[in-house]
Write a protein that binds this ligand. Structure first.
Ligand code: PMP
Length: 383
């Protein structure tokens, strides 16, 4: 039986979330923006409850939560939505990193083609960008700095706490892609200083197809982010279109559950990591771990198995585990991971690197047994 170990690509939906969503689909049928009947009132109540659940997980106010279709859209709105302000303020410089998800990289490249200046800061071999390298790039012309909280390929936690603190003092807009940390690094996110923050519900065991953009108010004013689509006043015009009530409800429920369960989830994920590392060290295979584990989240391991192609390994082991070698958004055809490349890892090691990611619901013994089988296969393939 194949075990799913690709939670960073998408985590399975929590049954409690699904049950709630099914109830909403079956029994709550109105458009949340309909004002002419009680069906609209009813679904509006569900949406506003979900907004409170998200706000409570992140320690923000409900009127700072905007529902979108996912982190990709949230990132696009946060960055492209600043165009008008860039013209007004004469600021057209963006600082980001070369290890962001494509939803940020492609968006800022699009802005670059439209006349913006973009600086991409790279990490070192540890997989982390340096706070100083980011801040060094910031000038009077800087419109926004965008840095992800946790990298999806390596699990490396980026120094957003420190960067946010400094940028806040300088009054520079800060956007954080928290897709891989939301519901996991709960306390950090509550104290993090930022103006815009994005995430997708499916990474914290909510449904696919819904996400959030947080816009933090300063002196009662939202950051100068404008809509990038037109067609309605939903979500205060930031994200027009009929609100998908059941998806939003599922997103809220996933946040509520993460708020109560995250400590236990993190502990269990850490136990699995320790088990995997111990199996690996006893296995006799020669390997490297990509990224400095001091800064890695508990649910991710990116390893290079010397002499074993990741593509060949994934094909040979797909009957007993589902793992990956990069972001699902770029995995249609093989090209070496741009994240590992930016870290300065040599090409031959990148070709032999795989990402394993897990979370609530995986069975420890099953993970360990299947991982052992994967390593046995890797040993055979090397001979
Ligand atoms: N940012 C990060 C860090 C991610 O890991 C992902 C999903 N892989 C996204 C953005 C995009 O999320 P979605 O595809 O749900 O829009």
């Amino acid at each position: 039986m194949s075990i799913y170990l690709d939670y960073n690509a998408s985590a399975p939906i929590d049954e409690r979330v699904l049950d709630y969503m099914v109830d909403v689909y079956k029994n709550h049928i109105g458009n949340a923006d309909s004002r002419t009947h009680i069906f609209g009132e009813d679904t509006r109540g569900i949406v506003e409850n979900a907004r409170k659940q998200v706000a409570s997980l992140l320690g923000v106010n409900s009127d700072e939560v905007f529902f979108t279709s996912g982190a990709t859209e949230s990132n696009n709105i946060a960055l492209q939505g600043l165009r008008e302000y860039a013209i007004e303020s004469g600021k057209n410089h963006i600082v980001t990193t070369s290890i962001e998800h494509k939803a940020v990289i492609e968006t800022v490249k699009h802005l670059e083609r439209g006349g913006f200046d973009v600086d991409f800061v790279s990490p070192d071999l540890s997989g982390r960008v340096m706070e100083e390298d980011i801040l060094k790039k910031v000038t009077d012309r800087t419109l926004v700095v965008s840095v992800m909280h946790v990298n999806n390929e390596t699990g490396m936690i980026q120094p957003v706490m420190e960067i946010g603190e400094k940028l806040c003092k300088r009054g520079i807009l800060f956007h954080v892609d928290a897709t891989q940390s939301c519901g996991k690094l709960v306390e950090e996110l509550k104290t993090l200083k930022y103006n815009m923050l994005s995430f997708s519900a499916h990474k914290l065991m909510g449904p696919q197809g819904v996400g959030v953009l947080i816009l933090r108010k300063k002196s009662y004013k939202l950051p100068p982010v404008k809509a990038i689509m037109y067609g309605g006043q939903q979500e205060h015009g930031i994200r027009p279109g009929t609100i998908p009530v059941a998806l939003v409800a599922g997103c809220g429920k996933a946040c509520e559950l993460a708020a109560t369960d995250y400590r236990v989830n993190n502990e269990q994920a850490q136990q699995i990591k320790e088990g995997l590392l111990s199996i690996l060290s006893r296995s006799g295979v020669s390997y490297h771990i990509n990224g400095d584990q001091t800064y890695c989240v508990p649910g991710t391991l990116n390893i290079c198995i010397d002499g074993v192609s990741s593509e060949a390994l994934m094909i040979s082991t797909k009957q007993f585990c589902g793992i990956s070698n990069g972001s699902a958004c770029t995995s249609r055809s093989y090209s070496p991971s741009y994240v590992l490349l930016a870290m300065g890892i040599p090409n031959n090691q990148i070709e032999n690197s795989v990402r394993i990611s897990w979370g609530r619901g995986v069975k420890k013994e099953e993970v360990f047994n299947n991982f052992q089988s994967l390593l046995d296969m890797a040993k055979q393939m090397k001979q």
